[in-house]
Design a protein around this ligand. Structure first.
Ligand SMILES: Nc1ncnc2c1ncn2[C@@H]1O[C@H](COP(=O)(O)OP(=O)(O)OP(=O)(O)O)[C@@H](O)[C@H]1O
Length: 371
């Protein structure tokens, strides 16, 4: 547990970088510091490893004031990852990762074996061990940075905008990797970003900083999106927070309709009668394995040649599907919005159709979330 007790940083030029910060970072969780530029996130983060000394208040780790700790020894027990990785350019990937173990006095072969193990953990190829940082992509360099920070298995990991310098696709995969790693390792992670989406994705808890180095709100991602404390937090989390909040609700609670799903061998007349009877403007056509083929508009069914099967019609693309067991309400809504039929196709983990969600069903689910 890391505790900020009235921590403050006043620079000699009069800048208040951090103002009276009271905050507890829970052990084994990911806590994200988010806020606009200059709001004191990095300064607060660096107080934890004594790269910045507070001018007021204190920072405690597991109840002990860190002013009682030797800074060099403290830093060896806290992993630190920064933007653009900050790797040593003249050391190989393996030697970069082995830095802290070697400082701790491990022998070379043990440190290198640890480096190889970590490369695998963060998704780097063994063949990259002998390369130099400039021979890697930005995303690979960040992976090396994470591996280096984890090398001595520190209980605390500080990450200062570690993924900001890479493109959005690589960034998303680095975020996935971090979530996967954290599910195994349960480190106490403090992560700085100015990107609220990254914060919501990664954080168990989020501290929103406001200009002047003050804490605006400290909450779970879900509560932050549901109930921003004031106008500043609301504008910072974004006015589309309602839709983004849907990612916290599972799609599995949606009611799925199977009565408008038909095999491709079904006679058009049969599907038309069902669609007419239920007042459904679209039916979904699937193959023998229940894989989706496309939508058929009910009014076109009436005009199809007598005796035709659904599979012989021109079908509208079914668009995105959502995984009923794994995805969120947000994914289901997205699938419906992008579907030419305005309906979402729910599938199982194998991609087989589980059912269709109509706008009415989605509307009901959205209302229940709002309650
Ligand atoms: N050495 C320094 N001397 C004077 N002011 C400083 C110093 N270091 C940081 N500051 C100021 O302290 C404030 C907080 O800076 P900090 O880097 O903590 O913000 P941040 O929220 O991490 O911003 P960013 O997202 O841009 O990295 C800023 O106004 C910054 O200019």
């Amino acid at each position: 547990m890391i505790t900020f007790e009235g921590a403050a940083k006043l620079y000699p030029d009069g800048t208040v970088a951090v103002d009276d910060l009271d905050l507890t970072v829970e052990t084994g969780q990911t806590t994200v510091f988010v806020g606009p530029s200059g709001s004191g996130k990095t300064t607060s983060l660096r107080m934890i490893n004594r790269m910045v000394e507070p001018t007021g208040g204190a920072v405690l780790i597991d109840g002990d004031d860190i002013r009682g700790r030797d800074p060099a020894e403290l830093r060896r027990s806290i992993g630190y990852v920064i933007q653009q990785a900050g790797l040593f350019p003249h050391r190989t990937v393996r030697d970069n990762i082995a830095t802290v173990p070697l400082l701790l006095g491990w022998n070379r072969s043990r440190a290198r074996a640890r480096a190889d193990e970590l490369m695998e953990l963060v998704g780097l190829e063994p063949s990259q061990a002998g390369r130099y940082p400039h021979q890697l992509s930005g995303g690979q360099q960040q992976r090396v940075g994470v591996a280096r920070a984890l090398a001595a298995d520190p209980p605390i990991l500080l990450m200062d905008e570690p993924f900001s310098a890479v493109d959005p696709v690589v960034r998303a995969s680095l975020q996935d990797e971090l979530l996967r790693l954290q599910a195994d390792l349960h480190k106490t992670i403090v992560f700085v970003t100015h990107d609220i989406d990254e914060a919501v994705r990664l954080g168990d808890r989020i501290a929103v900083f406001r200009p002047g180095g003050r804490l605006a709100q400290y909450d779970t991602p879900e509560n932050l999106l549901a109930a921003p404390r004031d106008a500043f937090v609301e504008s910072f989390v974004g006015y589309d927070r309602g839709v983004r909040r849907l990612s916290f609700f599972p799609a599995r609670d949606l009611s799925l309709r199977e009565d408008v799903v038909f095999g491709d061998g079904t006679p058009v007349t049969e599907a038309a009668a069902v669609a007419r009877g239920k007042g459904e403007p679209w039916v979904l056509v699937v193959d023998g394995d229940r894989m989706p083929l496309g939508w058929a508009a009910a009014d076109r069914l009436d005009r199809a040649p007598a005796g035709a099967a659904l599979g012989s019609l021109d079908l509208a693309p079914y668009g995105h599907t959502f995984d009923v067991g794994a995805d969120s309400l947000r994914a289901a809504l997205d699938a419906a919005v992008l579907s030419p039929a305005g309906r979402a196709v729910g599938v199982d983990s194998e991609g087989r159709v589980a059912g269709v969600v109509t706008q009415d069903d989605l509307g009901t689910a959205l209302w229940s979330v709002a309650e």
